[in-house]
Design a protein around this ligand. Sequence first.
Ligand SMILES: Cc1cc2nc3c(=O)[nH]c(=O)nc-3n(C[C@H](O)[C@H](O)[C@H](O)COP(=O)(O)OP(=O)(O)OC[C@H]3O[C@@H](n4cnc5c(N)ncnc54)[C@H](O)[C@@H]3O)c2cc1C
Length: 417
Amino acid sequence: MKALHRLSIPLVTLVLVGVPVFWAFPDDLPVARSAGIVLGWVGCGLLLANLLLMLREVRLTEFFGSLERMYTWHHVLGTLAYLVLLVHPLAFAVDAAQHSAHQAWATLSPWRERWPIWLGWAALICLMCGLAAAFSRKLGYPVWRWLHGLLVLAVLFGFAHLILLGLSQTLLFALLLATVLMLWRVLRIDCGLAARPFLVDHVETHANGVLEISLRPLATLLNAKPGQFAMFAFFDGPHFQGCREYHPYTISAVDSDGKLRIGVKSLGGCTHQLQSLTAGVAVRVQGPFGSFLRDRGNGPELWVAGGIGITPFIAVLRGEPLGHPVRLHYFYREPADAAYVEELRTLASRQATLDLEIRVGLGDAQALANTLPDAGTLAGCRCYLCGPPGLLSSVIGILESRDVPQDAIYFERFDFR
Ligand SMILES: Cc1cc2nc3c(=O)[nH]c(=O)nc-3n(C[C@H](O)[C@H](O)[C@H](O)COP(=O)(O)OP(=O)(O)OC[C@H]3O[C@@H](n4cnc5c(N)ncnc54)[C@H](O)[C@@H]3O)c2cc1C
């Protein structure tokens, strides 16, 4: 990743934290009180950066490196903001403790305060609940999403807290920016103003619970490279009820007339509903995102796909003849689950540089270890992996034990959020 992309998020965060702190830096106050004020503004700046990183815009994802990187930093900055804002009232209590223990307790006790401070506590509680939900892997996506929305409430309570405290210039800048960022997210991303209209052209069943959906553009084409993904929201049709939420799917082909194809496996609520999808249903598509398999060089490559994780690889194979040797290992759980097998065999028969290995063994660490190439074959190889988290961690472990350096291993996670 270029240095500019690597540094972009820390630099933007530094500006968003530095400007309000510089502006509102207190003069002539006791150290603990000054620390309390500065920590409040640091938390505010971190939250602004956190809000900026929830904007799923193509250009922003390119500037910041990738959507996954933005989401990772979004979580890190949200956690940091929470920790800093937790210490913020404690610093005021330390300041008050210099007068008396009673005064220190009065600073912290919500029962003795009024609206400005209650709102501050409400913001902290919402932040805590939203963060707890954000890191819970077990919550279903729709519940997770609503609980994550508590973070927006935390920001609103936080600003109400500041307004009632009567802070002016700096507050205006932060408030305006936060409002713009939240409106941007709701209108362009959640309501779909940033998305393009498509229509389902046809639907084909490829394996047990796996569909390939072809989508026809109704307006501008999506300029996607093979292996990139986009966010898709399916709406209602005459015999179909769409779940209308944006979900990420890899673009498995971009046809010459601009039609997109995606392979979708039934996994939970929305993907299960898609199994009864029919032609003519309206779809909105936002993207493209991601750079997995984009800047690949000319050396030998190992590709490992698990289940529906085959989609980025099939996209590349459909798009262009391979210029260098590629060994593709495709693992699936049951024979009935294996999508694209015939097509892969046909593609391999036409390309001498593609060495194909297809087998049952997803979830079986020993089968993976026995099948993957030895250290000698892997020397100098770039390795690209896509599949369920269990497969990724097993394969990364095997590759590292066979002396493949970390910077030669690239993977696409299908479960980041
Ligand atoms: C970059 C990327 C590429 C993907 N490509 C494909 C593909 O080509 N084919 C395919 O079948 N699946 C793909 N997926 C996975 C697909 O997005 C999920 O299977 C789908 O969203 C599940 O939705 P659901 O309502 O059926 O299940 P749920 O039960 O709601 O979700 C199951 C899991 O899917 C993930 N998920 C759900 N909704 C979202 C969302 N809006 N954003 C991010 N993650 C979500 C979560 O980890 C969740 O725990 C991809 C995911 C990512 C992140």
